[in-house]
Ligand binder design. Structure first.
Ligand SMILES: [Zn+2]
Length: 289
């Protein structure tokens, strides 16, 4: 039988996780997925990636993420304003976000946080928008999906002040150093890992840190279409990252954690299911088209 949706991935990149995986960070509202989203979801299913959290990075994309979660089983959405867009934060946006957080498809507040690496919005604007979204998380009781780059210290100060008022929080795409990691774990936060550590040039330090993350605090994500793993065993046309490649990242992380691929898959899926309060059964996961 010809599986046309498989043609896009070369044979060497058709992975299948030994246990179901959850991709907790998929930017499926990115325009690069407009053309072939259904095929992308079918390939994820074939790879045993059964649930996806679609990242909402501003009001427009959060609304789109909710729409996708309504249309496709196994998809869930986050709703927040990314630190890059923090300068647009205002009272009416806060009200619209609070309304989105009541939708059953929305499982986290975010992506929000601080990014002092690029400062597309000023640090002051970032802190203002982040503070407001910490408040929305406290109000809604939803967990937080956090972004932090070169801002670990300030992030931990702000989280410390809110820690008793918010439920759970995950630092997505963690790439920082050991001291920052320990600071987050001390705050009883969760850690999201991407294929960053597949990058020989800049991910090396992460490989030694992976084992320090308890399995009940660790979750996996592609952050697709960004962060295509650099050590894939074959070239990928267009170099767009997608959820079907998550098993490769899981395999790498399991290796550096010193456990089997299946054990890592089972543990991270259990952690993500509890964290985002997802249904336990696979029957509500991604369906065959
Ligand atoms: Zn991010």
């Amino acid at each position: 039988m010809a599986d046309s949706f498989d043609d896009f991935l070369p044979e060497a990149l058709r992975f299948r996780s030994p246990a179901p995986l959850i991709d907790i960070g998929a930017n499926l509202t990115h325009e690069s997925f407009n053309r072939d989203l259904e095929a992308v979801l079918q390939r994820a299913r074939a790879a045993n990636v059964t649930k996806l959290i679609v990242t909402g990075t501003d009001l427009e994309h959060a609304e789109q993420a909710v729409e996708l979660a309504r249309r496709y089983p196994g998809l869930y959405a986050t709703a927040g304003v990314h630190p890059h867009d923090a300068s647009h934060w205002n009272a009416s946006m806060a009200r619209d976000m609070a309304a989105l957080h009541k939708e059953p498809e929305v499982v986290a507040v975010g992506e929000c946080g601080l990014d002092f690496n690029r400062n597309f919005s000023s640090p002051q604007a970032q802190e203002r928008a982040f503070e407001a979204q910490l408040g929305l998380a406290a109000e809604s009781g939803l967990p937080l999906f956090l972004h932090e780059r070169d801002a670990g210290k300030r992030m931990q100060q702000m989280l410390h002040a809110w820690r008793d008022d918010i439920s759970q929080a995950v630092v997505h795409c963690f790439t920082a150093d050991r001291a920052t990691l320990y600071g987050y774990l001390d705050l009883d936060l969760h850690i999201g890992l991407t294929g960053w550590l597949c990058d020989e040039r800049r991910g090396h330090h992460l490989r030694e840190l992976v084992g320090a993350i308890p399995l009940e605090r660790l979750m996996l994500e592609t952050d697709c279409p960004y962060l295509l793993p650099r050590n894939l065993p074959a070239k990928l046309k267009g170099r767009r990252h997608e959820p079907a490649l998550l098993p490769w990242i899981g395999r790498e992380i399991a290796h550096w954690h010193g456990i089997g691929e299946a054990r890592l898959a089972e543990a991270t899926t259990a952690t993500a299911t509890a964290f985002f309060r997802l249904p336990h059964t696979d029957s509500e996961g991604l369906q065959h088209g």
